[in-house]
Design a protein around this ligand. Structure first.
Ligand SMILES: [Zn+2]
Length: 217
């Protein structure tokens, strides 16, 4: 049976996240939410993330601001603390023991835009786990067609780590249909990741990361 790890990035957005949680809850599916720190800075945002955690979902770190990809930043000695550490603090008691961090940049491409040297060192020294992906259907740019794209990619995979966004793009209107399709295929939902999507585990580099760490410090 195929394995599927659903990851919802760039939230929480209370108007969207609660609907996603309702849908997952009704089906008994556990997922992973990679949240943006600044979106936890409101009561409603924090409440949505706390609900996700309370309902058995895993909360991961997806930077504080989600503006410039970390691999493109240099000359900012506080970047790791501000983007990664501050978010982890905001996640607080909802954090996973593995300190999951997902970088961004490049519309799903795995490139040197993902991390700079300073952030890489920070993740390593602070015992984070780095989580990548292998199925990015582009829901943000194709809110009505991403379901088919995700299914096409998934057809060739044993374990699909799907990146979709809990954002107000219209894409989540198709979440139920997507989950129905997965029901039809028959998949095992997971909240962990295949080895090739997790190159750093609790600060230990277990796979070569040079392809997505720039020299910038
Ligand atoms: Zn993102």
């Amino acid at each position: 049976m195929k394995r599927v790890t659903l990851t919802f990035d760039n939230g929480p957005e209370p108007d969207i996240t609660h609907g996603v949680l309702d849908e997952l809850g009704a089906r008994g599916i556990g997922a992973v939410f990679f949240v943006i720190g600044r979106k936890l800075d409101t009561e409603a945002g924090l409440e949505a993330a706390s609900r996700a955690h309370a309902e058995g979902h895993i909360i991961g770190n997806h930077t504080w601001s989600h503006t410039t990809p970390l691999g493109e930043i240099f000359g900012d000695p506080a970047i790791a603390e501000n983007e990664i550490g501050r978010t982890q603090e905001a996640i607080g008691a909802c954090a996973h023991a593995d300190k999951l961090f997902r970088p961004f940049g490049g519309g799903g491409a795995i490139s040197e835009r993902l991390l700079n040297k300073r952030c890489f060192d920070y993740l390593k020294d602070d015992g984070y786990s780095c989580v990548l992906w292998n199925n990015v259907p582009g829901d943000w740019k194709d809110p009505d067609g991403w379901v088919e794209t995700a299914l096409e990619t998934l057809a060739d995979q044993d374990w699909s780590v799907i990146v979709i966004h809990g954002m107000d793009t219209g894409a989540m209107a198709h979440l139920a249909r997507f989950l129905d399709e997965l029901d039809g295929i028959g998949v095992e939902y997971r909240q962990d990741f295949p080895d090739d999507c997790m190159p750093m585990v609790r600060g230990e580099v277990v796979r070569d990361m040079t392809a997505f760490v720039s020299d910038h410090i």
